[in-house]
Design a protein around this ligand. Structure first.
Ligand code: ATP
Ligand code: MG
Length: 399
């Protein structure tokens, strides 16, 4: 005997009336996309759950991949048999013996096919008794079993499932629209990207770089970060903005206390233009209140002035330690701490104003003409797609 299915359970998406169909369709698509290179398997959707039909494939690597798909709350391997007592017993015995590290178990039967002659409660006992009789070293524990063996007797057959494996939770990426993530090489913005993805938002990224002040390796770092994020969703397109000329002009024309505020405003303007062109309805940053000079209330007020787009700041109220915890959990931390320069750190003035005044910023900006340079910068944006399925060589060839 072997497991034939992987059962996929979704949490909150099962609750939401009309959106439910959009969510489940999206989730099915995302699962299909994630396993498309594995031959023979099929992803099937039912009203309240999904199954992957294994057709002989090993379930373990598939489960490993599916664990990072947002919208999936838990997974179990499953066997389907006819609604016949003997078949159910054999399958349950297999499931119990196949599981590792299990000493205590409990059977939970749910009978929705009322034609099946034994009631749920009674069947728990029949099956429990059978399992104890045909194995050694197991005991039943109804309160805290190592394994809860679920038996669902449905119209279309009986499903016997193994342990629940926790998955990423959240909502399926793509079910809540798209955002343009301002992705630096730092610790924060990848975490911001991860958290928006978790709420079902598909991410495109924009990265500002300033060669030769920032190196190819800094760009590589950003590609590596994006690639790490693709584990949780789709391929990610990165809009790489050549920022050198604009930054130099800001540096030379704006009083230094204000140059960082102006530079950030330029980033916002360019990001908004890209989002608008791509039909993306929001921007996302890794800002967190109070972290650095540009992240005071006054600064955010002055920077936000140049865009009417909603700016999502998922980290705004998080402590740095908590952000670092997430970045370690999602494996972006080690990439983020590689020591290459970011465009902002290269041009950052010694004493940026922590309380920039909006009127002043506007006055300094208006004294110069940035229009042509902004247009030229936008024209030269390059788009790189980080494919979630790319092999190592293909990925290296992007640079
Ligand atoms: P991070 O850790 O994400 O770099 P940070 O703590 O260094 O953030 P800032 O340098 O003030 O903070 O940047 C704030 C936000 O601005 C970043 O989280 C990111 O969203 C955006 N940003 C900064 N630099 C760049 C860049 N070179 N390209 C794209 N976005 C950037
Ligand atoms: Mg940074």
């Amino acid at each position: 005997m072997n497991y034939e299915y992987i059962l996929i359970r979704y949490g909150e998406i099962a609750l939401k009336g009309k959106n439910r169909k959009i969510f489940t369709q999206k989730l099915q698509e995302n699962v299909q996309n994630k396993v498309k290179d594995i031959p023979d398997i099929k992803v099937k959707r039912q009203r309240d759950r999904m199954y992957i039909l294994l057709n002989g494939q090993d379930p373990e690597p598939i489960i490993e991949r599916c664990r990072t798909i947002f919208g999936i709350h838990s997974l179990s391997k499953a066997i389907k048999v006819n609604n016949e007592e003997e078949q159910i017993k054999k399958a349950a015995l297999f499931a119990l013996q196949e599981a590792e590290g299990v000493k205590t178990f409990k059977v939970t039967t749910k009978r929705t096919d009322k034609d099946f002659p034994v009631r749920s409660q009674q069947f728990n006992q029949v099956l429990g008794g059978y399992l104890l009789k045909n194995t050694e070293g197991y005991t039943v524990d109804v309160h805290q079993p190592d394994m809860e063996l679920r038996v669902e007797i449905r119209q279309d057959g009986t499903y016997i499932t193994s342990q629940k494996i926790q998955a990423a939770g959240g909502l399926p990426v793509g079910s809540s629209g798209k955002t343009l993530l301002l992705l630096s090489g730092g610790i924060d913005s990848p975490v911001a990207g991860y958290l928006t993805m978790k709420r079902g938002v598909q991410v495109e990224a924009v990265h500002f770089h300033s060669p030769p002040f920032t190196s190819e390796r800094a760009k590589q770092k950003v590609f590596d970060l994006a690639r790490q994020l693709t584990k949780y969703g789709h391929s990610i397109r990165i809009h790489v903005v050549p920022f050198t000329k604009l930054q130099q002009k800001v540096h030379q024309a704006i009083p230094h206390g204000y140059s960082m505020t102006v530079m950030r405003r330029m980033m916002m303007r360019i990001s908004e233009q890209i989002a608008s062109k791509e039909g993306i309805l929001s921007l996302t940053t890794g800002e967190s209140l109070g972290q650095v000079a540009s992240q005071t209330m006054e600064s955010m007020h002055a920077i936000n002035e140049v865009t009417n787009y909603p700016v999502l700041r998922p980290l705004i109220a998080m402590d740095k330690e908590d952000i670092i915890d997430v970045s370690q959990k999602i494996d972006t931390y080690d990439i983020s701490i590689r020591p290459y320069e970011d465009c902002c750190t290269v041009f950052v003035p010694d004493a940026p104003k922590t309380m920039p005044r909006k009127e002043k910023v506007n006055q300094f900006e208006q004294a110069e003409d940035f229009g042509d340079l902004l247009a030229e910068t936008l024209e030269n944006v390059e788009v790189v797609t980080i494919d979630s399925q790319a092999k190592e060589e293909e990925f290296d060839a992007l640079l």
